[in-house]
Write a protein of this length. Structure first.
Lengths: 300, 188
């Protein structure tokens, strides 16, 4: 089996490091070979696109070209922003000659067509399609101690380049959770925006968007939220202390990456899943994963 | 909200036509003004115009009003409008085009940290090939509202103690090649 090409993106090396730890652990447990793309660069995210569209596509085109040069068939982008920008670049170089010319100028003549020979994949979709629910179910050896979870998909993984999952009502993360024996709650806000970088640039607006999501999850009986994107996880996790100060009725909850939960169900050593990197709901985490207690305390 | 008299005479229809030639903006003249975009937008209640009125302003050619609006910067690009639009207009991509025009024409609202963040991110990626999260946020704060930093201390500490704050700024190994690729823009 050809290895998957791993495109970490900048967040999985910083605020989203627990995503990288748990993702690689899940791939290891399922015997899916995965290698990091060499010399990769930033995808440009939403910010670069706001300044210069042509160069934003060049940035992603370079990553796609590197993956092609490495003879990879699939490039796995766990961050929703990276996933979207890679897909958008593939779309734009074909649809808009102006963008195609700009990219070709950088990559060299004739290099444009290789960009669409690599498939851009989100790990959620890899686990759902390539591994499948049956295999996850068969490999799930451990019971989930954390109660019910609300699956939050965010926006850029499902829109506008959804891969078979409906853009406002995706279900694949819920199905993966069920396969792993984790109960979920009905969560209609599953693709409502977390505000992206607005938590940092316009805190009153950004925090409000996250308060809406967390409060809804809580009132629907969720004990935790599950995400597929480092920015969503960061936004939902990092500001709960601020939200608690503003509202007496707000109740704190852990926000996991879906790979942390799958890793647990697949029998991973909890220390390899980055659970200690949670900012909110640390009490619940220490309670649910008692072996982790000493480690969690060391980081408080 | 104070409303200023707008003269059609001041509109720039030629600019509207140029905008419609940008990738993703081809649908701007087929807008029905139905409001599905503003209805589904989770940020429209915080915006000065909202996506529907921005499209209205663009196609009439009210360039300065559209480009100096806060609306285009509050768009977090969740693409909800784009998939809901009955005319399949790529509203999010129109917002991106307007952001670029606003930066180029220096019309973006100066009090907003969002365009500052975009520019700092852009600079960092151009010089390192990667986004050093901490560095970009610090520069954004210092260049817009330094007092924001006070409100960030708490979160910064939480990130630091959980090992989520990368203090050294990594360069991409391919930075020389990346710089060459990106600098072609100036030549072209």
């Amino acid at each position: 089996m050809a290895p998957y090409c791993y495109f970490p993106g900048c967040s999985l090396r910083g605020t989203g490091i627990a995503y990288e730890e748990s993702l690689l652990e899940v791939f290891r447990l399922l015997h899916l070979p995965i290698e990091e793309l060499r010399d990769w660069n930033c995808c440009g995210a939403t910010s670069y696109m706001s300044i210069d569209e042509g160069s934003a596509c060049v940035l992603s085109a370079r990553n796609l070209a590197l993956a092609h040069k490495g003879h990879y068939r699939d490039i796995v982008a766990p961050c929703s922003a990276c996933y979207l920008v890679l897909r958008k670049t593939q779309d734009y170089v074909e649809r808009y000659p102006r963008i195609g010319r700009r990219v070709e100028e950088s990559l060299g003549p004739g290099r444009l067509r290789v960009l669409n020979e690599v498939r851009v994949r989100h790990p959620l979709e890899v686990l759902y399609t390539d591994v499948g629910l049956a295999k996850i179910k068969a490999h799930a050896v451990r019971q989930w101690p954390g109660g019910k979870v609300a699956c939050y998909y965010g926006c850029q993984m499902v829109r506008p380049y959804a891969d078979g999952d409906p853009d406002h009502n995706p279900v694949r993360m819920d199905e993966l959770m069920h396969a792993a024996g984790v109960p979920t709650v009905d969560f209609p806000l599953k693709t409502r925006c977390c505000g992206g970088t607005l938590t940092g640039t316009m805190p009153p607006v950004g925090l409000r968007l996250n308060e809406i999501l967390l409060a809804e999850a809580h009132h629907r009986g969720a004990d935790a939220m599950v995400t597929v994107c480092p920015l969503c996880q960061y936004n939902l996790d990092a500001y709960q202390a601020d939200l608690r100060r503003r509202s007496k009725t707000f109740s704190e909850m852990p926000v996991f990456f879906f790979t942390q939960i799958l890793g647990w169900a697949l029998g991973s050593d909890p220390a390899r899943l980055g659970l200690k990197r949670a900012i909110s709901g640390r009490k619940q985490i220490a309670q649910w994963f008692p072996k982790q207690r000493a480690e969690v305390a060391a980081h408080v | 909200m104070e409303r200023r008299l707008k003269l059609q005479k001041e509109a720039e229809p030629e600019w509207a036509r140029r905008i419609s030639e940008h990738p993703g903006c081809e649908g701007v003249f087929s807008c029905l003004q139905c409001g599905a975009c503003s209805g589904t937008c989770p940020l429209s209640i915080y915006m000065d115009f909202g996506p529907r009125r921005i499209i209205g302003l663009v196609r009439e050619g009210f360039r300065t009003t559209a480009l100096s609006s806060e609306t285009i910067w509050l768009c977090a690009s969740c693409y909800s409008c784009a998939v809901h639009c009955p005319r399949k207009i790529h509203v999010t991509d129109i917002m991106y085009t307007l952001k670029r025009e606003a930066i180029e024409a220096k019309l973006y609202p100066r009090r907003l940290p969002i365009p500052v963040l975009a520019q700092e991110f852009y600079r960092a990626v151009r010089s390192r090939g990667k986004n050093p999260e901490l560095w970009v946020v610090l520069r954004m704060a210092l260049k817009s509202h330094p007092l924001i930093l006070l409100s960030m201390i708490h979160t910064g500490w939480a990130l630091l103690r959980t090992g989520r704050l990368s203090l050294h700024s990594e360069h991409s190994d391919g930075i020389a090649e990346i710089k060459r690729y990106l600098d072609l823009r100036e030549v072209a």
